[in-house]
Design a binder for this molecule. Structure first.
Ligand code: CU
Length: 154
């Protein structure tokens, strides 16, 4: 365990999916060796991932295309990495709004779980340029955890 904590601290802005894998496999007992072998940074295989962090979860994401084009649909690929051996959320909702304008999107994205804490949200569209805020709502056993971050659209 000490080894895991050190790894998490060193990587700082990233995280390991060790915990996610361990939680997903639920047995947690026989899992250690296998999960260590499969350890990788949160979203490390995503190109230029944006990282949002809370004390309990890390979300690394990218948009396709990047940058997002106003008035055109885009996709968000993301990884959710629980800290401290927490379980993956039961479900994840992705949304976006323009805080200064007090409005959201005109579309409701559909999130598909790809396994191992990876997800793909489709059907997003920013219908105007300016400062949007992406939100990821993670449904956990302790309630909803929201991670949010700004996204500027030219
Ligand atoms: Cu607006």
């Amino acid at each position: 365990m000490a080894q895991r904590r050190r790894a998490v601290r060193v990587l700082e802005a990233r995280c390991t999916v060790i915990h996610a894998r361990a939680a997903a496999l639920a047995g947690a007992v026989l899992v250690f060796a296998a999960s260590e072998a499969g350890a990788q940074s949160c979203g490390a295989d995503l190109v230029f991932p944006r990282v949002l962090e809370s004390d309990r979860y890390i979300v690394a994401y990218r948009t396709l295309p990047s940058p997002v084009v106003a008035g055109e649909h885009f996709v968000v690929e993301f990884a959710v990495c629980p800290r401290d051996r927490r379980q993956l959320p039961a479900s994840v909702r992705v949304d976006a709004s323009m805080p200064e304008h007090r409005h959201g999107m005109n579309y409701r994205p559909v999130v598909t779980a790809k396994g191992d804490g990876r997800y793909r949200a489709e059907g997003l569209m920013f219908h105007m340029s300016g400062r949007w805020e992406m939100t990821f709502d993670l449904a956990t056993a302790d309630g909803t955890v929201r991670l949010a971050g700004p996204l500027h659209i030219e």
